[in-house]
Structures are given as C-alpha cells and as structure tokens.
Write a protein that binds this ligand. Sequence first.
Ligand code: CA2
Length: 151
Amino acid sequence: MAKTVYVLNGPNLNLLGAREPETYGRSTLKDVEKLCRKAAQSHRLGIEFRQSNHEGELVDWIHEAGSKKAAGVVINAGGYTHSSVAIRDAIAAVDIPVIEVHISNVFAREDFRHFSHIAPVAKGTLCGFGVNGYALAIGGLAAMLGDKGEG
Ligand code: CA2
C-alpha cells in the first residue's frame, strides 16, 4: 500500500490568495492542495492535506503522522515557526522525516522571521520558491525515501 505524506499548514494559510499577493502570490490553499496531490501522485505517495489555526491541532497531527508511520511530513507552520516550542517538540518526538516549507523567503523579510524553532529538528528546509516549494518538498522527501516514481 502507498505510504502517505502529511502536508500540514499553520495559522492564516487559509487566507492564501485572498490577501498579501505580493508576498504569498495568488494561489489559494485549494490550489496548493491540488499541486501537492499531483506531486504526491507522481511519487506514488498518498496524501493528507490539512490546515489549522490552532497550535495543539498541528501538534496532534504531527503525532498522528508519527504513530501511523507516514512517509513524512511537509509543514508550513506559518507564524508558529517563529514561536512554537510545542511544535518543535512534537517534530523532535516523531521518528519520521519532517520538511519545513515557507512560501516566502523568510530571510529577506523582518528579523523575527529569520529564526525558526523547527529548522533544527527538520530534515530539511525550503523557502522562497513560492507555493512550488511544497511540490519540491514532496519530491525531496520522496528522493530521501528512494522512490521509483517519475519527476
Ligand atoms: O512564507 C511563509 O510560508 C510563512 O510561513 C507564512 C507565514 C509567516 O508568518 C511566516 O513567517 C512565513 C504567514 C502565513 C500567513 O499567510 C497569509 C496568507 C495570505 C494572507 C495573509 C496571510
């Protein structure tokens, strides 16, 4: 049976496409989901695509991915990236690869976005590729797992 990649989105990412297009582009979260489904399919991975504005719910989903022995997690933790010890601890507690993704280049923005609680416990980090970063992260995860899919 196909392994599953969890794609988790944090607070305010439900607003994608509706606000701040100069920073985050015009794609909606539904568009991002489609992009991720296509990328996962091309690597013969199943997908769980979710968004929450609540820290504890993101923590629960990371635990769920770990206990289900998912292929890995691609996470854009949004603003929690820069503040959440709880999300960092959840990632450190699971035995599956976690890839951190940001749509914008956080290093070209305000100083407070330069620090990530997640980066030290993530297998890899991608930022600044727009929403295509999600597909790149799924591809990178698949390559780590040694997939035989296309792309
Ligand atoms: O660049 C990213 O993907 C971020 O993770 C997005 C977060 C931000 O706090 C991080 O520093 C970088 C913000 C997500 C909010 O998304 C919005 C999308 C459209 C309109 C308003 C907010």
